[in-house]
Design a protein around this ligand. Structure first.
Ligand SMILES: Nc1ncnc2c1ncn2[C@@H]1O[C@H](COP(=O)(O)OP(=O)(O)OP(=O)(O)O)[C@@H](O)[C@H]1O
Ligand SMILES: [Mg+2]
Length: 1107
């Protein structure tokens, strides 16, 4: 059968048996084997009914994850495999839903996992209960109280690296919704002797090591401590370090936890100061000092440590020193002071250290309670978690073991009471007859210890209070007298003892038969430990401290409250607190976690049968199973029972319509289960023997296998059928598609064949028709042609006839017209000759003129004045008109042309016109000058800085500025000069320097001479006798002769109103000083290019050769 994924019962996939109640046969071996088998399969939890047995796995198992929490949340107890979460869930739900206060009792020996179990319970409840900021803070505070208490109350022992050295009971309080409100912690009997001495291989309380490893240098300095463990006598050296424990990190955790729980900074500081003081107390040493009167006295060896303690605690050094040296005893209002010897001084020191530490621990618990106290007054539901030391049997058992074992006796008692009570209540509730159950009741042992008159504790107290010498031996004697006959007390001391010959029992011991086994107690130290004596001088010294915490820890030191009554003994205190605890537990619904330690090596995977056997015995687990099984071994509600086994009966399978109980009845009848094996309760079926249950389970398993086969069979059949049907359906679909396809193809083929045949036939038919139509058409055409020819012939004949007729008619008309014309001419000849001739002539003339002008209009030449074109004359008689028209047009277009001139252009043209008048047809150079524009100022005097001086000298407007050649009359050579013409003067200046050489007013210029040839020579004649004429006339040559002459002419005219004489002749005279020289122009050769050359021929002749 396939594995069922979802668990619905603890019986599914069970390793061994999950509930010991079902163990068959029930004996110690099978019990241990079952535990071992489960342990080997990592199943560390097993039930005895509702009790959880937990075996410490010594390794982290993946069974505490948030997913696991969810898995167990809101599930019935027996639904899943055994787990501490199942118990926690059951407890929490019945607290929340049924309003029953709960307590969870965790017991087991040291290292069995009690503290871990208590933390698991708390964390489970924290995970499943309500959420919200406030609730979370409460949860956090409750959870964080653990590390604080563990640091101060736990220590490494040989049995457990984190052994709780105190008993702890914590009430967690919830509101009606199940949200946590707060809590109350009670602590029991801290093992304070550990403060001053630790057995080999063990350590002092964790906090000492944590401070020294984790505190900063600064903080250590404040506490006057050194980091070195070996500096302190109270710290056992051989195991200062614990494997896998980081004291420094834990210190930080503790401080953080203290902060979360709500310790103020100054409180934390005070706490650590007290711890430091305790540590330093151990370093105070004493030396003996003899006095004359023979009394022993002690003295502190090195007072430095004492001084530091006093500084730390604010105690007057002398007060403390005295308290260590003297002891004051008050008797009958009389104070007697005795000295302390060295041993007593050490005793006093250690007593102070122990008291200081244990009182600090109790203060811490009270302080934590203050913080985690529920803030509301509303009614609370309570869940108590008890993590208390388990039953202890050592080789040497002392007062502490006695106390612890007493506590366990009490717990066992309420366990028996409550278990039986619960069992009984259930039977009553379910209406089942109650049968008496035989079990061992340990009330008698409890009585042996706690009886107010004859109990061992009462005896001890009596001894302690008795005046006279009191020793442990006198106490034992007393015990022997009183308890000798008690069947659970064994001692060799009494004369009539049954154990006189029992050598295994030393004389200084007594033995008690506890419910879990015999334990032998060493009587030594009982009286002392019960007294728990602290000299009054020391408590008074402490009360005097200025350190407020220390002061508060020793209220009895206040002299105002001096109390002569002895404080309650440790035994009576413990008895009272156990009684309160028991009372408290009895009001609650108990849940048990029994922790078992699988080996002594703190190692995973090792299961030591003997060790486990021992624990099973003293935890009374077999007893437990027996009690549980005394009536009925197994019970289950009807619904889940029917649900689980309904397949075993035809009537109930697969569905039962009636009530579940009736269904179960039918089922059990059908299965023929003997009647004495079961009983019907109100809501549950009770099965007496586990055998019956296993038989049912076997049957169920068998049946499930059959059912699985059946389901498999049906499923396979269904699967094949479905597959077949699917295939069939698919085949039909495929076939239909194929058929369709084939038919489509066939049809396509037939269709195309039909189309081909059809097209052939149509073609043939069409051709035939075409042939016929063609034939018909040709016939028609032939007929038309014949008709046309025939009509043509007829038409031509008719035309011919008509033409003949028309010709005849025309001829008649012409002849008639001629005839008429003749007649008219004959008649009008005389009138015509007189008028018509002239009129015709005028008309004709008019027509011709009109035509002429219209044609002229279209043939007009361009508007350019130099355009010579003119249309040819059409008629001779219009010759003069034509010429006149040409002239008028030319004048008109010249005017048009002139009209668009600017003033400047007008001036230029005036100059050009003047030049033409002066030189046209007179000077060969003239035609070349027509195209050249007259620029006047060729030299830009004003712009050239070289001529600045010249410019400054001439302040008139310059008309001409040009470089000319001045001809030297001595040799005919030329020198460059600047020629300037202004409004009033002609100036010649040096070309290089710009110095004025000559200046001639225009009035003194009489004439300008030049040749008729193509050269630029000209002479400027000056008036005889004028100022400028001293050197004679100028003979110059220029490239712009025509322009210069014209401008000179025009300027002279406008200035002097006289026309300048311009002589054009190839021979003229020039006055040079007194001489007149003739300048003659001749036709020269072209060997110098086109440049005219001037040569002096003789004194009176200069010859210019013009090429
Ligand atoms: N459920 C668990 N899973 C893994 N380890 C565990 C578990 N329970 C206990 N341990 C291991 O065992 C050690 C001892 O457990 P724990 O301190 O709870 O013992 P204890 O019963 O409280 O002993 P003591 O009486 O000395 O205080 C733990 O420090 C832890 O290492
Ligand atoms: Mg513990």
């Amino acid at each position: 059968m396939a594995k069922m994924e979802v668990k619905t019962s603890l019986l599914d996939n069970m390793i061994g048996v999950g509930d010991m109640v079902l163990l068959e046969p029930l004996d110690e071996d099978s019990f241990i084997n079952n535990l071992k088998k489960r342990f080997d399969h990592s199943e560390v939890y097993t039930y005895i009914g509702s009790v959880v047995i937990s075996i410490n796995p010594y390794r982290s198992l993946p069974i505490y994850t948030p997913e696991k929490v969810e898995e167990y949340r809101n599930r019935n107890f027996y639904e899943l495999s055994p787990h501490i979460f199942a118990l926690s869930d059951e407890a929490y739900r019945s607290l929340r839903d049924q309003d029953k206060d709960q307590c969870i009792l965790i017991t087991g020996e040291s290292g069995a996992g009690k503290t871990e179990a208590s933390k698991l319970v708390m964390s489970y409840v924290a995970a499943v209960c309500g959420k919200g900021a406030e609730v979370n803070q409460v949860k956090e505070q409750l959870l964080q109280s653990n590390p604080v208490l563990e640091a101060f109350g736990n220590a490494k022992t040989v049995r457990n690296d984190n052994s709780s050295r105190f008993g702890k009971y914590m009430d967690i309080e919830f509101d009606f919704k199940g949200d946590p409100l707060g809590g109350v912690i009670s602590n029991y009997l801290l093992e304070k002797s550990r403060v001053v001495k630790q057995p080999r291989g063990e350590r002092n309380f964790h906090i000492f090591y944590q401070i020294l490893s984790g505190a900063s240098e600064d903080f250590l300095c404040k506490l006057k401590l050194e980091r070195d463990f070996s500096r302190y006598n109270y710290l056992g050296l051989d195991s200062a370090k614990v494997n896998g424990v980081d004291d420094a990190a834990n210190f930080r955790t503790v401080r953080n936890a203290m902060q979360i729980v709500g310790f103020m900074d100054h409180e934390t500081q005070s706490v650590f100061e007290v711890v430091a003081a305790v540590l330093k107390l151990g370093n105070i040493e004493f030396k003996p000092e003899s006095r004359v009167n023979g009394l022993d006295e002690s003295k502190i060896k090195d007072k430095n440590e004492l001084k530091e303690i006093c500084e730390l605690t604010g105690i007057d050094q002398s007060v403390l020193e005295r308290a260590f040296s003297f002891r004051t005893v008050e008797a009958k209002q009389e104070k007697v002071s005795t000295t302390l010897n060295v041993a007593q001084a050490y005793y006093a020191r250690d007593a102070l250290a122990k008291n200081l530490y244990s009182r600090l621990f109790s203060w811490l618990v009270t302080r934590i309670n203050e913080s985690i106290k529920a803030q509301t007054k509303v009614r609370k539901k309570v869940m108590g978690v008890l993590d208390i030391y388990g039953f202890e049997i050592f080789e040497d058992n002392s007062f502490e073991q006695f106390i612890i074992n007493y506590c366990n006796e009490k717990l066992q008692q309420i366990f028996i009471e409550l278990t039986l009570k619960e069992e009984q209540e259930e039977y009553i509730r379910e209406g089942i007859e109650w049968t008496h159950i035989e079990y061992f009741n340990n009330a008698i042992i409890c009585d042996l210890i706690e009886n107010n008159q004859t109990g061992i504790l009462a005896m001890l107290d009596e001894e302690c209070l008795r005046p006279g010498t009191v020793t442990d031996d006198t106490f034992l004697e007393k015990l022997n007298q009183v308890c000798a006959t008690h069947q659970h007390f064994e001692s060799r001391m009494s004369k009539c003892s049954r154990f006189l010959n029992d050598t295994s029992l030393p004389h200084s011991c007594f033995r008690i038969q506890h419910y879990a086994g015999k334990v032998m107690y060493q009587v030594e130290g009982f009286v002392d430990k019960n007294n728990d004596l602290l000299y009054r001088d020391l408590s008074q010294a402490m009360w005097k401290a200025s350190h407020s915490l220390i002061k508060a820890l020793f209220p009895e030191g206040n002299p105002a409250k001096i109390n002569l009554k002895r404080p309650p003994t440790a035994g009576s205190q413990f008895k009272a607190s156990v009684a309160t605890l028991m009372k408290n537990l009895q009001t609650k619904n108990p849940n048990y976690i029994r922790c078992i330690k699988p080996n002594d090596k703190k190692a995973a995977h090792i299961f030591n049968d003997a060790l486990v056997c021992h624990q099973i015995r003293y935890l009374g687990l077999l007893e437990n199973v027996r009690v549980r099984r005394a009536g009925y071994a197994f019970r289950q509600a009807y619904e889940p029972c029917l649900e689980r086994y309904k397949m075993l009966c035809k009537q109930t399978w697969p569905h039962w319509r009636g009530l579940a109980r009736a269904g179960v009845e039918v089922l059990f009848n059908e299965l023929e289960i003997p009647e004495e094996e079961f009983s019907f309760g109100r809501s549950k079926i009770f099965i007496r023997n586990p055998r019956t249950l296993f038989k049912l389970e076997d049957l169920r398993k068998q049946r499930l296998e059959d059912l699985a086969t059946l389901i498999e069979k049906i499923y396979r059949g269904w699967k094949c059928r479905t597959r077949f049907l699917l295939m069939k359906k698919s085949q039909i679909v495929i076939a239909s598609w194929y058929r369709r396809y084939a038919q489509q193809k066939k049809y396509q083929k037939i269709k195309s064949s039909a189309i081909i045949v059809q097209s052939y036939i149509r073609g043939w038919k069409a051709r035939k028709l075409l042939r016929e139509l063609k034939h018909q058409k040709r016939c028609n055409e032939a007929a038309t042609i014949i008709a046309a020819y025939w009509h043509g012939t007829q038409a031509r004949r008719e035309l011919k006839r008509l033409k003949e007729e028309a010709r005849r008619k025309h001829a008649v008309a012409v002849i008639w017209a001629y005839w008429l014309g003749l007649k008219v001419r004959r008649e009008y000849r005389k009138f015509f000759r007189a008028n018509a001739g002239r009129k015709i002539y005028e008309f004709t003339l008019q027509r011709l003129m009109q035509k002429y002008f219209l044609e002229m209009k279209n043939k007009m030449p361009s508007l350019s004045p130099i355009d010579k074109n003119w249309p040819a004359r059409p008629y001779l008689f219009l010759d003069s008109t034509h010429k006149e028209l040409k002239r008028i047009f030319h004048l008109w277009r010249c005017k048009k042309y002139r009209d668009q001139f600017t003033d400047q252009q007008k001036l230029i043209y005036e100059e050009k016109l003047e030049a033409s008048e002066l030189f046209k047809d007179k000077k060969a150079l003239y035609p070349a000058s027509v195209g050249q524009p007259f620029q006047g100022a060729y030299l830009e005097i004003s712009k050239n800085p070289k001529y600045k001086k010249l410019k400054d000298a001439v302040d008139e407007k310059i008309i001409i500025a040009e470089v000319v050649n001045k001809i030297n009359r001595a040799n005919g050579k030329a020198t460059s000069r600047i020629f300037l013409l202004t409004k009033n003067n002609v100036l010649l200046a040096d070309q290089k320097s710009g110095n004025i050489k000559s200046e001639v007013p225009l009035g003194d210029v009489t004439k300008v001479s030049m040749s008729s040839q193509n050269d630029g020579f000209f002479a400027v004649h000056l008036k005889e006798g004028s100022g400028a004429a001293g050197k004679g006339d100028f003979l110059l040559s220029s490239d712009h002769l025509i322009e210069m002459a014209t401008k000179l002419y025009r300027t002279t005219l406008s200035q002097t109103k006289q026309k300048l004489n311009i002589e054009i002749s190839d021979e003229f005279l020039v006055q040079f000083r007194q001489d007149k020289v003739c300048v003659k122009f001749i036709q020269g050769s072209q060997k110098n290019g086109n440049i005219p050359t001037c040569k002096r021929k003789n004194n009176r002749l200069l010859e210019v050769a013009v090429p």
